[in-house]
Design a protein around this ligand. Sequence first.
Ligand code: COA
Length: 312
Amino acid sequence: MPLERYQYLSNVWRDGLFANKVIFCTGGAGSICSAQVRAMVHLGANACIVGRNVEKTENMAKDIATARKGAKVIGIGAVDVRKPELLQAAADRCAKELGSIDFVIAGAAGNFLAPMDQISPNAMKSVIDIDVLGSYNTVKATLPYLVESAAKHRTDGHTPPPNGTGGRIIFVSATLHYSGTPLQSHVSVAKAGVDAMAMSVAIEQGPKGITSNIIAPGPIADTEGVARLSKQDHREKSSKGIPSGRYGTVKEIADATVYLFSDAGNYVNGETLVVDGGQWHTAGFANGFAYPDFLISGDVVTGVAGGKKSKL
Ligand code: COA
């Protein structure tokens, strides 16, 4: 569904900011990542989004393309970030068809609510594989293109880059592991790994002109993440406990993305930009499962999206 600009991008950014640039995004059909890509496309970039679901990914690519007349957005489905060869093929196709990869968002993630004693080894592995190895596979597949773009678009902080910026990656992480979050051990462990990877990329690839940063969203309204991680009837109540008094919007994550990828974010490298209205400082996302009573009860999580399916 075509969206009004203000639904995914504030009015402070200049049209054409990312003209002749290409963004590659995993998990690009999701609510947060699609807004990030839509914002970049609105500001001039062409894009390639990859995801597991073919129809969802292809439809989202068409939808994102409505953000700017003449925009090219490729949607490549059936790409599981756990399969390095599929990601490599997608990155190569993106660069071949669109001409380069200047920006990358490693956004694909796996998530559900469950205490550690109810998670199977395969469940733990699935989330770590998607988040940590998926992010690694994304870096590996796109790095040569990012290095090429970084070399062309080096910034010195004194003169405006004549053809804009390039060679930048953002990892979409979370704040769960800062203070510890019950029912989220698997994701906390995985996102801590993603954060460490983002910093390693900054340290190792920074000298080649790459910037590598993390965006850690808090609870963002109307997203799959919030549907998976909290009970509907608890959301209004919990939003009052956020210092900013409400859930965030996908636009607010997209704006952070544009900042880090633009000439405004040149000297930010290896950093985490938390966009959560101050929520994590209040120690944990209140998701409607009383601590520690729920854990002691041994009950299974119900009433959220992504619940475990019965094998019977
Ligand atoms: N509670 C406990 N275990 C769960 C679970 C839940 N809610 N959902 C899945 N699992 C377990 C499965 O039972 C399986 O373990 P098993 O083989 O020991 O039974 C394991 O996780 C893998 O699940 P499966 O559905 O086979 O794998 P998948 O790779 O297709 O799915 C997940 C990966 C589990 C992360 C799934 O939640 C997913 O596809 N997420 C993608 C979307 C998403 O989470 N987006 C994040 C938005 S914030």
